[in-house]
Ligand binder design. Structure first.
Ligand SMILES: Nc1nc2c(ncn2[C@@H]2O[C@H](COP(=O)(O)OP(=O)(O)O)[C@@H](O)[C@H]2O)c(=O)[nH]1
Ligand SMILES: [Mg+2]
Ligand SMILES: [Zn+2]
Length: 354
């Protein structure tokens, strides 16, 4: 069974059963470009378009098919199909779409493990990694930090330690696509019907890792050929590929901008050393932005919190707070009421000391 080898488990089969009765075909989205999809079915690939009804039934653009989605499709001709429905997503990697409106852009769906790939050749950017970790946090996928290009790194242990201070609970593996056995660490997460997605800046080696796992140079990497010094086409779209030994991987282009589509809890989870201190704040829902009795502010004052981490935390918290007011105005209103109560309580408290 091809589809089960790329992750069609009991949950997918169960969700599809009602569509199966109406003669539809189960498929997985390998590529989605605007309103054109490339689907993988049990018997091969088909090109597909969305059914008109799919638009009427979806409340937001984010619910339309993306790479990794399981869909119910109507095969209408040789290699042609219409997507009638998107099955419930087990996980969802999202960012805020570029533009003025607060819109969700789903990068990939039904991902089990997301490799956050960093390159050890250039600057290690902990701030960028925090952003990626926050993206992964609420997604339902497990985040694994992949430090690639280990072959060119002279101080591997140091870089791993540096990364661990940021990655916190997320696993870290080192990798090299050129050294023998260099992909041993990442292979542990691949196969067995699982889906792995590769995220990270351009040039860190995502497509090279994908090729290494595939065992063939199927995806273009940004190598520059010496003969004519022309670069080959690099990754331009998100693509799901079935692995020969089972499982699937999703290669993605680098993202120039990664704005959060995440709430405060996701940010808190990424900064767990700060969250641990926050347990001692006077107010349970303290935002650490000047409330009385804020244990975090006191710890920062005493120099117990890494300054860069603290600045980053505040920045991402602010982004998440803005996101929450835009996406869930009711929740924002509720928080405002709480804040009012806090201020009132704080004033009463301070009065007590006078
Ligand atoms: N030294 C070294 N170079 C690598 C490694 N992985 C990828 N590269 C090189 O890094 C460049 C970018 O790789 P690519 O896979 O296109 O990166 P992507 O943009 O993340 O998909 C290419 O020139 C690769 O040959 C590695 O493990 N070690
Ligand atoms: Mg690439
Ligand atoms: Zn606080």
């Amino acid at each position: 069974m091809f589809l089960s080898s790329i992750g069609a488990g009991a949950d997918v089969i169960g969700a599809f059963s009602s569509y199966s009765e109406s003669g539809l075909t189960l498929a997985r989205v390998a590529m989605a470009q605007r309103d054109l999809y490339w689907l993988l079915t049990e018997t091969g690939g088909v090109q597909a378009e969305p059914a008109g009804g799919l638009y009427y039934r979806t409340a937001a653009r984010a619910e339309l098919p993306v790479t990794g989605d399981w869909v119910a499709a109507r095969v209408v001709g040789e290699g042609q199909a219409i997507v009638e429905a998107v099955l419930p997503r087990r996980s969802c990697l999202s960012r805020r779409a570029a533009g003025r409106r607060e819109d969700e852009q789903v990068l990939a769906a039904n991902v089990d493990t997301v490799f956050l790939v960093c390159g050890l050749d250039g600057d290690f950017n902990p701030r960028r990694l925090e952003r990626y970790l926050a993206l992964a946090e609420g997604s339902g996928a497990q985040a694994v930090v992949v430090l690639n290009k280990a072959d060119v790194c002279g101080a591997l242990d140091e870089r791993v330690a540096e990364t661990a201070a940021v990655a916190r609970r997320a696993e870290i593996v080192t990798a090299s696509t050129v050294a023998a056995g260099g992909l041993g660490g990442v292979r542990r997460f691949v196969g067995g019907g699982r889906t792995v997605a590769l995220l990270g800046s351009s040039g860190v080696g995502k497509s090279s890792i994908a090729n290494g796992l595939l065992g063939e140079a199927r995806l273009a990497t940004n190598e520059v050929r010496v003969s004519d010094s022309r670069g080959r086409h690099t990754t331009v779209r998100r693509e799901l590929i079935a692995l020969p030994g089972g499982g699937a991987l999703i290669d993605t282009p680098g993202m120039r901008e990664l704005q959060l589509w995440a709430g405060a809890e996701s940010v808190d989870a990424v900064f767990d050393e700060i969250t641990a201190i926050a347990e001692r704040c006077r107010f349970r829902d303290c935002t650490h932005a000047g409330e009385p009795g804020c244990a975090v502010a006191e710890a920062v004052e005493r120099g117990e919190v890494d300054e860069a981490r603290w600045a980053s935390f505040q920045k991402l918290r602010a982004e998440a707070a803005w996101h929450e007011t835009q996406v869930d105005p009711l929740a924002a209103l509720e928080r405002k009421r709480k804040w009012k109560a806090i201020h009132k309580q704080a004033r009463a408290f301070q009065k007590g000391f006078r």
